[in-house]
Design a protein around this ligand. Structure first.
Ligand code: 13P
Ligand code: SF4
Length: 371
């Protein structure tokens, strides 16, 4: 997806870290309660230092919805998160993304045209009224709206299990919303959650949007309970079982924490699998002296290592791959956005078109009600 972020003025690109800090601090002080800065856990330290609240994508979306008094929400994260904040906030609130090119490659792997095509193809083979579409938070507002309009919900890495349970009722304790789920865009979160709920590999089929009927035949579509869109996160897909094996050899008795966007062969070797918030909680709960190997984005791992010097914390992938789009948000962009607000100019506002926002809100509110 092309989003155009122009070059910043030299005032910002040539500024020293101290100058940027003093400008950001001054702008924050001037804007006071009119401003609320949200920081996702994968952001750089120079940005997180200014966040009024930090969290995972689920926590941040809730906080954005709750802070009804803030006029400006500056979202230090990626595009889909800012869109969700715009959908959930009131009309008098404006959401700003410091760099418009901070997207998410995984979110871009499922676009609305491809999903609508998939839906039409499925309708020729099976009863789509019984398919519940579930989109991961890492998706455009258009996909969230599609899901909202078709009886489905959004999920995040911290509530995917609850949302899939709601859709399929695997414990048979209530009224299932459907017989099948079309889950996009992250195949790994879908598969890992499916296994957690007791489904087997035979209950899941990979939907490859490049092929007619997702590369499946009619019987495979009919047999599958979970149709998993062929998307992935290039940061989390780097982690391999060999990384876990190497850590365990070096640290017998060590703790392995893995984000559910990693492939299942890695996830099944974990001591704990969870969202960024769950990983943070697990680190906090580990006894002093623990060796902890983590499979998630490097800025969070480094911050955890810095804040827990009594624990030996390392990234499971020695080549430590940062999320290049999260990394786009830096102090110069934050200063540029905030000084714009002080001067009365709203830069990089993220707005979701009204009808799309209405249905995306339905899907997000279903998620909030389920969890
Ligand atoms: P969380 O839901 O854990 O914040 O993850 C979001 C994300 O983009 C991870 O890659
Ligand atoms: Fe997207 Fe992966 Fe970056 Fe998360 S880490 S924002 S899923 S590219």
């Amino acid at each position: 997806m092309i989003r155009l972020q122009g070059a910043l003025p030299e005032r910002y690109t040539d500024a020293s870290p101290d100058e940027l800090s003093s400008w950001i601090g001054a702008a924050k002080a001037t804007l006071g309660d009119r401003l609320f800065i949200l920081g996702h856990h994968y952001q750089r330290d120079e940005v997180m230092a200014w966040a009024d609240a930090r969290g995972d994508s689920f926590g941040l979306s809730k906080m954005a919805a709750e802070r009804t008094d803030a006029e400006f929400i500056v979202f230090c994260g990626v595009h889909f998160m800012a869109e969700s904040a715009d959908v959930l906030t009131a009309d008098h609130q404006q959401v700003l993304l410091p760099d418009l090119n901070a997207g998410c490659s995984m979110a871009d792997m499922a676009d609305i045209d491809a999903v609508e095509e998939a839906w039409d193809a499925l309708a020729k083979v099976t009863d789509v009224e019984r398919i519940v579409p579930i989109t991961y938070m890492n998706s455009s507002a258009a996909l969230k709206a599609f899901v909202g309009a078709h009886g489905g919900a959004v999920c995040t890495s911290s509530n995917a299990r609850a949302v899939l349970t709601w859709a399929l009722d695997p414990d048979r304790t209530g009224q299932a919303m459907g017989d099948k789920v079309l889950f996009f865009p992250d195949q790994h979160l879908g598969r890992n959650t499916g296994f957690q709920l007791g489904y087997g590999a035979g209950d899941m089929a990979l939907w490859n949007p490049r092929f007619a009927l997702g590369g499946l035949d009619d019987a495979e579509v009919k047999a599958a309970t979970l149709l998993l869109w062929k998307g992935h996160c290039s940061v989390h897909q780097r982690f391999r079982p060999e990384h876990v094996a190497a850590f365990r050899t070096e640290h017998p008795g060590g703790i392995v924490l893995i984000h559910p966007e990693c492939a299942h062969d890695v996830v099944e070797l974990a001591d704990e699998v969870g969202s960024t918030d769950a990983i943070i909680r697990a680190v906090e709960a580990a006894p002093a002296g623990s060796a902890i190997g983590i499979a998630t984005e490097i800025h969070l791992v480094k911050r955890l290592a810095d804040t827990h010097p009594d624990k030996q914390i390392s990234c499971l992938d020695p080549l430590v791959c940062p999320c290049s789009t999260m990394f786009r948000i830096d102090a110069p962009h934050l200063a540029w956005i905030l000084e714009g607000l002080v001067g009365g100019e709203v830069r990089n506002r993220i707005t979701v078109e009204k009808d799309t926002a209405r249905w995306a809100r339905v899907a997000l509110e279903r998620m909030l009600a389920i969890t």
